[in-house]
Design a protein around this ligand. Structure first.
Ligand SMILES: *Cc1c(COP(=O)(O)O)cnc(C)c1O
Length: 402
């Protein structure tokens, strides 16, 4: 039995839905896209849904809608998947990283408020928030948006972020790519900011193969998104009138049909993930060696994306991963903070120590195999392997030789 890090949850219904699309011969911009968009928007209590070909594409379009241009600033978190900051660079904007909360790993609102305050004051205080390589330059850019990420399926603390954004006329883009189904203080993520983006890569809560979807209540933005994803055409134009620079970010009909079927099964898919997370929680509770994922009281519903434990710092993560791998169990360090990715170090001059909480989390976090199709005995197998891998060295060696 081979364990994988993640696995999509598919049934006959999905196979049938995709084949039916092929039989219709309408493979792009057809009825499935509309239905899928409506299903995801309705689920999140949003007026508009716009399907795109990846979560990254969706984030890019939100950055364009926020009018981010040359040198403009967007406040975001360094503890995320690289796409949540790359989308800012696509428009030649500058990510202004703010460190994270040690419990949730989500952006720390007090620091966001401090950063905005300091930027307004200007001078030395403002410059310390900029990437090191840009501190000496006179930037003509403006602060345009806040881009919080709901990391691992747990909502960021949105209330203070929305308040400060309103005060300073900033857009709020939710990177909800890991969080379909999550709720913050009783409200679904995706209904909180000016727009939110979901992603449907095969490891996410629902999949379309590749794909993403933007939800928003802003009609102007919805029209802009529909135009931008389709080569910049006028929305109601039948043929080739390109009013702006656009992209091919369309989501095809097979993907939309797959996603629509997954949406009809969403509650079951989320429940299965909850169950697997509880099996892990039960078996790892009371462990001396690992800390379990913490869920804060603002999270009225967790939507499990990954199962990430924190190793007590004295333990060597590389060694544990090696020992797990020997027993056929994959695991991943999760995440290397974005500012320490080679490209960001080189371009922006970031160094170890710039965002200590994100770096600490990056050092101690370990993602274990996780999906809604894992069985209880597989969870058991992972936990047993983890327990033997985290034994103090001498004992582990006795076990190995004994
Ligand atoms: C998955 C993910 C994305 C991007 O999704 P793709 O569909 O792979 O482009 C963006 N942000 C975060 C936090 C993600 O986990």
């Amino acid at each position: 039995m081979i364990l994988s890090m993640s696995s999509p949850n598919l049934t006959e219904a999905e196979l049938k839905a995709v084949c039916e699309v092929l039989e219709t011969r309408t493979l792009s911009l057809g009825p499935k896209l509309r239905q899928f968009e409506e299903a995801v928007a309705a689920y999140n209590g949003a007026t508009f849904g716009i399907g795109v070909n990846s979560g990254t594409s969706g984030l890019h379009l939100c950055i364009i809608a926020s009018r981010v241009g040359d040198g403009d600033l967007v406040i975001t978190t360094p503890f995320s998947f690289v796409a949540s900051a790359n989308c800012i660079l696509y428009e030649r904007g500058v990510p202004l990283f703010v460190d994270v909360d040690p419990v949730t790993g989500n952006i720390e609102p007090d620091q966001v408020i401090q950063a905005i305050h300091d930027l307004q004051e200007g001078g030395q205080q403002a410059r310390r928030w900029l990437p090191p390589a840009l501190r000496a330059k006179q930037s003509g850019g403006q602060l345009k948006a806040i881009l919080p990420v709901h990391a691992f399926g747990q909502p960021a603390d949105m209330m203070p972020l929305l308040q400060v954004a309103r005060l300073h006329d900033l857009a709020v883009i939710e990177d909800a790519c890991e969080a379909l189904g999550a709720c913050y203080k009783g409200q679904p993520v995706g209904s909180l900011g000016d727009a939110a983006v979901f992603a449907f890569y095969p490891n996410k809560q629902i999949t379309t193969g590749e794909g993403g979807l933007i939800v928003t209540n802003n009609e102007k933005w919805a029209k802009l998104f529909r135009s931008l994803r389709n080569q910049g055409r006028d929305v109601f134009d039948a043929w080739l009138n390109h009013t702006r620079l656009g992209y091919n970010y369309r989501l095809d009909e097979m993907s939309a049909a797959l996603g629509l079927t997954q949406m009809t099964r969403l509650e079951a898919l989320l429940a299965a993930r909850d169950q697997v997370a509880s099996w892990y929680n039960e078996r790892l509770a009371g462990s001396e060696e690992v800390e379990l994922p913490a869920i804060v009281s603002n999270t009225s519903r967790m939507s499990w994306f990954v199962y990430v434990v924190r190793l007590k710092s004295r333990i060597q993560r590389q060694e544990i991963m090696k020992q797990l791998a020997r027993q056929g169990i994959p695991s991943r360090p999760y995440f290397t903070p974005i500012h320490l990715q080679p490209f960001y170090r080189e371009r922006f001059g970031y160094r170890q120590g710039d965002f200590p909480v994100a770096e600490w989390l990056g050092d101690v976090s370990l993602a274990l195999p996780f999906s809604g199709v894992m069985r209880e005995e597989q969870v058991e197998q992972v936990c047993e392997a983890l327990s033997s891998a985290t034994q103090p060295k001498s004992e582990a060696m006795c076990l190995a030789t004994g």
